[in-house]
Design a protein around this ligand. Structure first.
Ligand code: 13P
Ligand code: ZN
Length: 275
């Protein structure tokens, strides 16, 4: 099969376009990676070029040895993924030590995978192990309102989770584990990858202060939907804070407990504090 005819490529491209249309991908902002299923690899492997050199990942991901990923290219614009996928995205393979990757398809005019590859792969490694292989998508986007909030709210998991939950009744159902927050760090390296993957052990969402968010999910719809829900909630909070500094009423701790009971979700006590 031609790579571009594969459903997983189409889903990846659709997410890129949807994210761009939301305004979360100025210039080359954001990146996306997908851990490809074995049967999907087999369906397109006749197109692979195995002559490219092995390159260092910049960290070690033993739990992803011999896995295949579809990734966005570093410096590539989400706007262009749909227009010219072969130039802007790539399929890569991880070596048996989890230390190197090589490009098998795509980035046909040159380039390398996203500079956030260490964060993506370390997140994938955590989520693959934790979800028994169910999570396959890691998505990084520059969500405007979440970023704005990182300038005015304390950078704690407790405050961000609780404030975002309060802004939309469905939020605790969509992300019952809450969200984690990483204080400002230099992007693109191993240190921020370690900090983010630590949070991914507890959450499906990690906020990077003054930068954006990382989301993990089983498929493209769920992962995009998660980012969309978090950002929508942040947008409501920005509006509320812009109208008046204090809320007149909100969803209370008791309301959250009632919701958790009826929707059969477990909300961590850490976020059910009295305010
Ligand atoms: P890349 O173009 O290397 O993916 O970087 C974009 C980005 O958002 C860095 O955090
Ligand atoms: Zn970024």
């Amino acid at each position: 099969m031609r790579v571009l005819d594969a459903e997983f490529i189409k889903g990846f491209i659709r997410l890129a376009t949807d994210g761009f249309n939301q305004g979360w991908h100025e210039r080359n902002g954001g990146n996306l990676t997908y851990r490809i299923k074995t049967e999907e690899v087999n369906s397109v492997k006749e197109n692979f070029n195995t002559n490219n050199p092995w390159m260092p990942i910049g960290t070690t991901v033993k739990g992803l040895a011999l896995e295949y990923f579809l990734v966005t290219g570093s410096g590539k614009f989400f706007r262009n993924v749909e227009l010219d996928p072969e130039v802007n995205i790539a399929i890569i393979e991880i070596d048996e030590l989890g230390e190197h990757y090589r490009i098998l398809w795509g980035l046909c005019e040159g380039g390398r995978p996203t500079s956030e590859l260490p964060s993506h792969l370390m997140n994938h490694e955590v989520k693959k192990q934790q979800t028994n292989g169910l999570h396959r998508v890691i998505y990084h986007c520059h969500t405007t309102n979440v970023i704005a909030l990182t300038f005015v709210l304390p950078l704690t998991d407790e405050v961000f989770t609780r404030e975002l939950w309060e802004m939309a009744t469905e939020c605790p159902v969509v992300f019952p584990d809450g969200v984690g927050v990483v204080s400002w760090m230099v992007p693109g390296g191993r240190d921020i990858a370690i900090a983010t993957s630590e949070l991914m052990k507890k959450y499906d969402v990690a906020i990077w202060a003054h930068h954006g968010i990382f989301c993990s999910g089983m498929d493209f719809d769920l992962t995009f939907g998660l980012a969309h829900t978090v950002e929508k909630s942040a947008e409501i909070l920005v509006k509320v804070l812009s109208i008046r500094p204090d809320k007149l009423q909100t969803i209370t701790t008791k309301n959250f407990r009632d919701l958790a009971h009826d929707f059969k979700v477990t909300l961590p006590e850490q976020f059910l504090y009295e305010k």
